[in-house]
Design a protein around this ligand. Structure first.
Ligand code: XIL
Length: 746
């Protein structure tokens, strides 16, 4: 049939659906004491436009108990039926749910089908037709089951029944636009500026833990392939997942990760083979003696590594062998109990025998910087190296929070001492959990601090040539292990739940693109501090101020939202030691707001980049310091009465009104908080008398004060006097006169 796709022999990930077992040429599933309804939400599914039909050959000793299930939309509410659009077709009835009620609609019919039968569900125009063994048995108006544009394949099986599926195919009319969509083969569009692209010249692989349970989310797939060059499975490579029953291996989900990585030019990191957690019940409750446990572990390691030979580049062989609290000795576990402390070294030997080309890692948590846990890890791996155990490196997990994050210097020192043992290091599972509200939302200031923590770890990695991989434990805050493992915490990853890059992403991107490679001492240029838009080193409280210099930050970062933050991309401006609100940071220029609390006289300004402070430079604060903003060749930033920008070819008429924009207000009659935008009601007006001249002729000032909605921006509204030409404009606040850029009047 044109357009037909056989989904059994090319079943791909359909066999990964919970409860479906794939073997060559057939799928099977069975129900215990409850109905079983395995559905392949992980794909492949039909991406629908117009008509289609799905045909399956089902076999069961109780044929009336088995159904082909198609789902147009999965459950999306609290109750199982909410949003669920589903149809089950069996030998004598079709049943459907429309998502609005728990009650289904039954369409009975009679056939002679039995034993092995073929059932087809076709959507033709506005009708759904059911065919049994090629004969139409029912047709009814489609209640909109597939309006989502998708159809997921599944089966429904009554209690105590076994189903075998020997054929499953979808057909679409020739020339139609429907397709069979296979998530793990989706190729993400590359931006050329993703983290993976920025890290490539550094010989650093940027990676993420991925989870095929989320492969039905195309944003997820697009983000991973665009940003990362390395995938580790969050769970799919672990013991319980890969060996669900004794000596029975299932690499279905694992292979989806590998397939996706391959389709997107990504490498694969393996995690893990020997851990105290994620062990299946068949093992821990299995009453095995030590010899048996040892041979189970060796078989597991060998089988998994053989399966991934040539597919993965490295593996965490032993994971978290040391306890999570002092004295950080080997933690009690099934493996320690059964095999004794030699299990660690033995596991590496078996792994090396299984695949001598695989790089083998030890992975652990809580010892990323310096300290007792870090020493314990160091001593463990040093012992292994000295004993000639085949160990290539150490994974530093980096599940951290802001208050207790290890410092960049300590992480760097730890990486360096591991390098001295001849070991590589990976930042293997980074996330930085933040306290969140009940909606999972973190404080903006915490998001900024989080960015600084990410930048520090990246800078430590870049400073050590043996740091070859940097992975985050997940991609988006929508799918992270943190909220369930650390209640009250979340927002730990570089992308938010809507896949918007967070400040943490910007920080990683900046740290990767900074040519300096590692944080360097920021240097404020000589005469490098001036009022924003001007040239004078004289400022007033609340003014925006420019700092010019070098190494002022890792890279360019614009402030996000109001009120302004005091840390951007790891950079702070310290005014007499206290951080001031920031508008913009870049290696060569920083814009900050001078706090309203600054007293008249000299103040000291420092730039601190990733914790490294510059020398202090002085600026002079006075009551007012008006500085008209300029553009082009000393043209004043002025709006004409029609709100267009005044220029030599767009002059204002005498008698019309202008808005002049400047920096450096005097005292205000309605004070505004530092870093906060000015409000419109009541306006914040200049307390000192403000006057204006154009071409030396006085202009009537109708308003002088802060521009509502902006930080530190002053506006003066004035009436143009009877003058003509490109003329100097000057504003005077109290006794302080501004610069004199030109404005055009004609
Ligand atoms: C976590 C996964 O993220 C969870 O989905 C799972 O339920 C438990 O394991 N250290 C490790 C990882 O080495 O394997 C853990 O992953 C997180 C802590």
């Amino acid at each position: 049939m044109p357009g037909a796709q056989d989904l059994v022999t090319t079943s791909g990930s359909l066999g990964c659906a919970d409860g479906i077992t794939a073997s060559p040429g057939s799928l099977s599933a069975s129900a215990g004491t409850d109905y079983a309804t395995p559905v392949g939400y992980g794909g492949p599914w039909l991406q629908l436009q117009g008509d289609f039909s799905v045909i399956a050959t089902l076999a069961s000793s109780a044929p009336a108990n088995v159904f082909l299930t198609l789902v147009g939309a999965p459950n999306s509410g609290a109750e199982w039926w909410q949003g669920l659009k589903r149809i089950d077709a069996g030998i004598n009835t079709a049943t459907y749910w429309t998502g609005d009620s728990a009650t289904s609609v039954n369409v009975p019919y009679s056939t002679t089908a039995s034993g092995t039968f073929t059932v087809e569900v076709a959507r033709i125009g506005g009708q759904v037709a059911i065919n049994l063994n090629g004969v139409q048995t029912a047709s009814f108006a489609d209640p909109g089951l597939f309006t989502s544009g998708r159809a997921f394949f599944g089966f429904n099986i009554a209690p105590n029944t076994t189903l075998s599926v020997t054929a499953l195919a979808a057909t679409m009319p020739e020339g139609g636009a429907s397709t069979l969509y296979t998530p793990d083969l989706q190729v993400a569009a590359r931006s050329g500026t993703g983290l993976r692209d920025l890290a490539a010249p550094e010989n650093l692989l940027m990676g993420a833990a991925v989870n095929p349970s989320y492969f039905n989310d195309s944003n997820y797939l697009q983000t991973i392939g665009r940003e990362y060059a390395l995938a580790v499975a969050e769970n799919a490579f672990k013991f319980g997942e890969t060996e669900p029953a004794a000596h029975v291996f299932n690499f279905c989900a694992a292979d989806q990760v590998v397939a996706y990585a391959k389709a997107n030019g990504m490498r694969v990191r393996g995690h893990n083979l020997v851990w105290s957690q994620d062990l299946p019940d068949w093992l821990t409750n299995g009453d095995y003696n030590p010899q048996q446990a040892q041979s189970i572990l060796q078989e597991h390691i060998t089988t998994v590594l053989n399966h991934f030979q040539g597919q993965a580049i490295d593996w965490d062989v032993v994971n978290e062998a040391l306890s999570y609290s002092p004295p950080y000795d080997l933690m009690s576990s099934y493996w320690l109990t059964q095999l004794g402390p030699d299990y660690v070294a033995e596991a590496y030997q078996w792994a090396h025998e299984a695949d001598p080309s695989m790089k083998l890692f030890y992975n652990d948590a809580g010892g990323e910087g310096l300290g007792d846990k870090s020493d314990a890890i160091y001593n463990l791996v040093k012992g292994l190296v000295q004993a000639g155990v085949p160990l290539d490196g150490v994974g530093l997990e980096m599940h951290i929070d802001v208050p207790t994050a290890p410092s960049q210097a300590d992480i760097s020192a730890n990486m360096a001492r591991l390098a001295a043992l001849g070991l590589e290091v990976h930042v293997s599972e980074m996330d930085v959990r933040l306290p969140v509200d009940s909606d999972g939302v973190a404080d903006r200031l915490d998001l900024a601090s989080q960015a600084t923590v990410y930048a520090g770890v990246m800078n430590a990695c870049r400073a050590n040539a043996n740091c070859t991989e940097f992975l985050t434990w997940g991609v988006t805050d929508a799918y992270s292990w943190i909220p369930s493992s650390y209640p009250g915490y979340g927002a730990a990853l570089p992308f938010d739940a809507q896949y918007e890059p967070k400040p943490a992403y910007m920080a990683l991107s900046s740290a990767l693109s900074s040519s300096a490679g590692v944080a360097q001492t920021p240097i404020i240029g000589t005469d490098g501090i001036v009022i924003h838009g001007g040239v004078a080193a004289v400022v007033s409280p609340g003014s925006l101020v420019d700092i010019y210099g070098t190494n002022l930050s890792g890279d360019a970062t614009l402030s996000i939202g109001l009120p302004l933050l005091t840390t951007l991309g790891g950079t702070q401006v310290l005014v007499n030691g206290a951080p001031a609100p920031l508008i913009y940071v870049s290696p060569g220029q920083v814009i900050f707001q001078l706090p309203y609390s600054a007293a008249a006289g000299p103040v000291l300004v420092q730039v601190s980049s990733n914790g490294i402070p510059s020398l202090a430079a002085a600026i002079t604060v006075q009551a007012a310091a008006p500085s008209i903003l300029t553009y082009g060749n000393n043209l004043a930033v002025v709006q004409n009465q029609d709100y267009t920008v005044n220029s030599p070819t767009n002059c204002a008429a005498p008698g019309s009104y202008l808005i002049v924009y400047l920096i450096g207000s005097g005292p205000l009659n309605n004070p505004v908080a530092t870093g906060a935008p000015a409000v419109s009601n009541p306006l914040s007006s200049e307390a000192l008398s403000t006057t204006a001249t154009i071409g030396g002729v006085p202009a009537t000032v109708t308003f002088a004060g802060l521009t509502p909605g902006d930080v530190g921006l002053v506006q003066v509204n004035l009436k143009v006097p009877q003058v003509s030409g490109n003329l100097p404009l000057q504003i005077t606040v109290g006794t302080y006169a501004s610069n004199m850029p030109s404005v055009c009047v004609r």
